[in-house]
Design a binder for this molecule. Structure first.
Ligand code: BGC
Length: 763
């Protein structure tokens, strides 16, 4: 194929065998189904109630069996040809489980009625259970399944007032749970949710035997749930967030609703398990710890050894399936850096591996390696060395286990007699309004707020001589002319056009980039992720909806994530688009963030690893991946104008860490900045984050895009080398800035160069 044939001609050219279409093909949908059980987490399974014995009769309660939420809403939604709900999934297993249909059909009528009256999927309350149906269900079976579902979407956060069905159960849900537990001997709970909800109501209730966190499992989530209940698949996931006893136990809860204009990240680096495992008295607030998950079998870890080869530490361990069913285990390695001048979390994840499917008695040797320097902390105040990553002297403990809580300290420690500076960095993005931050003993360090002088990054670009004849971009691809000389031919007006989004073509709905026919620059289309490709609804193209990112992360299976990203990229390509707006890797700072489903975890290490695997999978198909939203977009309320007020250390160690891992490991071709403000400067105008940290310190050489319709000033965004404003903008404002000297041609050339390098990389 000639370069850029797809963007230029939008051919009807399927990618499958014998010229068949691969978009939403059976193989992709089956992969989605598999991923849903690979990420599902078995939270409780008393007396081995699950999987159900063949022939078990069940009564299924909850409108969630019909009103199945495949994923969240907004740009993370996916247009599919069908979604299989849990009732339908169970009916496909009629050889294995017998469902009490009248009850499920009652819920079906209720849900249809709600939809007819304008209620939206997942957004209405539970109904009551008629007495006669309850009595008949009881006659039918002593085994009940309760389904609780939740929906959330971009642009709004969940609530926490204890009455609405968000974090807590609603009143009607509580009544349903009480009724079911009072009437059935065996009760299973299934959670069809995109983010953490209250789990204590079943964890501490002996009347509920089993619980599975299904997350939002994509278009075949209902069948995947049935796979798990019947034992056709095992819930192979492990938690990627801590389940706390109550919403108030999360350290971010206190200030979450304090203001719509700002959020103070006063818990600092003590986010998620770093808080619960470190702060005195907080261990008891945990229902299920980070990394936790049961299995239909049991495992033992043995022959654990650890050694250091100078730069790296390697742990090896043998994992044996000691139970009676096949299973996969996730081995997790944590370190505990010594408390010195800088406070340290008790444990921090630094490596993990998932076994292959192990038969009973089978074992596998696992090796996990991480860099010594990964244990360094960022010193933002200079108590050790200002703006440096430092390894303080002392003993670094290493823990291995299958969740953060059961991870056992090894005999081996990594000992340092002297403090070492591993990297001299800079003070970028510092807060002006953070007045306190948490210490490892749970008290606060008070901070004197003061104005910060921001760094400047003068433009060093030199415009090349304009060539005598006209060259096309293809000439650059073919090495006939260098890119700078090519750019010299572009007029100022054309440069201004290029730093703005371009009209949609084909089935795209989120606009294009490039589009200068005079010089052969194609208009390359973007499309959303993360759960699947999102062409415009009008096109009628249906794609594969995979489980949400949290479910994928909970699989702890990097090979699976890479494969899902690879097939997602094929769906992008087959539909003649080029840029996949995924992965999204903001941090689950609060269970209430409306977009948590699109993000991976409360932990930056697993987030970074998942994002890197995703980028590798996407870019292996010459489709551009776009890690987003850089950075600190951890709340949706007033997201375009809310200031995330955060220390430099928390930023480096928690909120930027995942991006750093992803950029360094997988070289994404594009990064999307966030809507929000970070310490007083909009993320999209934040030259210290973009040019200082991302490009300067991490060596990122791809392009940077704004999020869609930011409130940022288009000129300031360009001056921060945020190369393009999407999906369109105000070219007159940029032109005026060029004319009055606020903006130079050189800056525009740099931005356009980044865009063209991205386009040149495409097929
Ligand atoms: C979201 C992005 C998304 C973009 C394009 C924005 O509202 O924040 O994640 O990629 O829209 O749909």
């Amino acid at each position: 194929m000639i370069k850029w044939t797809r963007p230029n001609y939008m051919p009807c050219d399927p990618l499958g065998d014998n010229h068949s279409r691969i978009t939403a093909c059976d193989r992709h949908i089956q992969l989605s189904r598999k991923a849903a059980s690979e990420g599902a987490v078995l939270l409780k399974n008393n007396n081995g109630l699950l999987p159900f014995a063949n022939g078990t009769k069940i009564a299924v309660f909850g409108k969630g069996q019909i009103d199945y939420v495949k994923g969240g809403g907004g740009s993370g939604d996916v247009n599919v040809s069908y979604v299989r709900n849990i009732y339908q999934g169970l009916k496909l297993k009629k050889e294995q489980v017998e469902v009490f249909d009248p009850l499920s059909l009652y819920y079906q009528d209720y849900v249809e009625e709600q939809y007819k009256n304008g209620a939206e999927l997942g957004k209405f309350d539970e109904t009551t259970i008629p007495e006669d149906l309850l009595a008949r269900a009881k006659d039918f079976t002593d085994t009940a399944v309760i389904i609780i579902n939740r929906y959330s979407a971009e642009a709004f956060d969940r609530k926490s007032d204890g009455t609405d069905a968000y974090f807590n159960l609603s009143k009607t849900e509580k009544v349903m749970v009480d009724t079911v537990t009072a009437n059935f001997a065996n009760v299973v709970v299934l959670l069809n949710v995109g983010a953490m909800i209250d789990t204590s109501w079943f964890a501490y209730n002996d009347a509920i035997s089993s619980a599975v966190m299904l997350w939002q499992g994509g278009m075949e989530g209902g069948l995947a749930a049935a796979d798990i209940l019947t034992g056709d698949a095992n819930p192979y996931g492990r938690l990627v967030d801590t389940c706390a006893k109550s919403f108030d136990d999360y350290p971010s809860s206190e200030g979450f609703h304090e203001s719509e204009d700002y959020v103070k990240y006063t818990e600092d680096i003590f986010v998620g398990y770093r808080y619960f495992e470190t702060i005195p008295g907080k261990r008891d607030c945990v229902v299920y710890p980070f990394g936790y998950g049961l299995s239909y079998t049991t495992f033992a870890l043995s022959d654990i050894t650890a050694y250091c080869t100078g730069k790296n530490i390697t742990i090896s361990v043998t994992v044996t399936n000691t139970g009676n069913a096949v299973g996969k285990e996730v081995v997790q390695v944590y370190y505990g850096a010594p408390n010195g001048k800088l406070d340290k979390p008790a444990k921090e994840l630094c490596g993990f591996a998932k076994t292959r499917e192990l038969e009973p008695s089978d074992s596998q040797l696992i090796q996990i390696t991480f860099a010594v320097n990964d244990m360094a902390s960022f010193d933002d105040t200079g108590v050790v060395a200002k703006s440096c990553n430092v390894l303080e002297k002392g003993s670094y403990k290493i823990y291995i286990g299958t969740n953060v809580r059961n991870a056992k300290e090894l005999d081996y420690t990594y000992d340092l007699e002297e403090t070492i500076i591993t990297e001299q960095l800079h003070s970028y993005g510092a807060p002006e309004r953070l007045d306190k931050r948490m210490k490892a003993d749970g008290t606060y360090e008070m901070i004197a707020c003061k104005p910060v002088e921001r760094a400047t990054f003068p433009c060093t670009y030199k415009c090349a001589e304009k060539p005598e004849e006209t060259y096309m971009l293809l000439d650059v691809a073919e090495g006939k002319i260098d890119l700078d000389t090519f750019i010299a031919q572009i007029t100022d007006d054309e440069l201004i056009e290029l730093v703005h989004g371009q009209p949609n073509r084909g089935v795209a709905s989120t606009n294009g980039m490039g589009n200068l026919a005079r010089l052969g620059i194609p208009n390359v289309m973007t499309t959303d992720g993360p759960a699947g490709v999102r062409p415009t609804r009008k096109s009628l193209v249906k794609t594969t909806a995979f489980p949400v990112a949290t479910c994928l992360a909970a699989s702890w299976n990097l090979d699976l994530i890479e494969e899902i990203a690879r097939v997602g990229a094929l769906e992008v390509k087959e539909n003649n688009m080029s840029i996949f707006l995924t992965p999204a890797l903001n941090i689950h700072r609060s269970p209430l963030c409306g977009r948590n489903f699109e993000y991976y975890s409360e932990d930056p290490f697993i987030s970074g690893k998942m994002a890197a695997a995703t980028v590798r999978g996407i870019q292996s198909q010459n489709i551009v991946a776009t890690p987003k939203h850089f950075a600190c977009n951890n709340k949706e309320t007033n997201r375009k104008n809310s200031d995330s007020i955060v220390s430099e250390r928390a930023m480096r160690e928690i909120y930027l860490k995942g991006f750093e891992i992803c950029v360094k490991e997988s070289k994404p071709r594009m990064i999307m900045t966030a809507y929000n403000i970070v310490n007083g400067v909009r993320a999209s105008e934040n030259i210290e984050l973009v040019e200082g940290i991302l490009r300067g310190e991490w060596g990122y050489d791809g392009m940077v895009t704004t999020d869609w319709q930011t409130l940022g000033d288009p000129v300031k965004e360009l001056l921060a080398y945020n190369d393009i404003k999407m999906p369109y903008s105000y070219p007159e404002q940029v032109k005026e800035a060029l004319e009055n000297g606020t903006l130079t041609r050189e800056v525009l050339c740099v931005c356009v160069k980044h865009i063209l390098e991205m386009i040149l990389w495409l097929e």
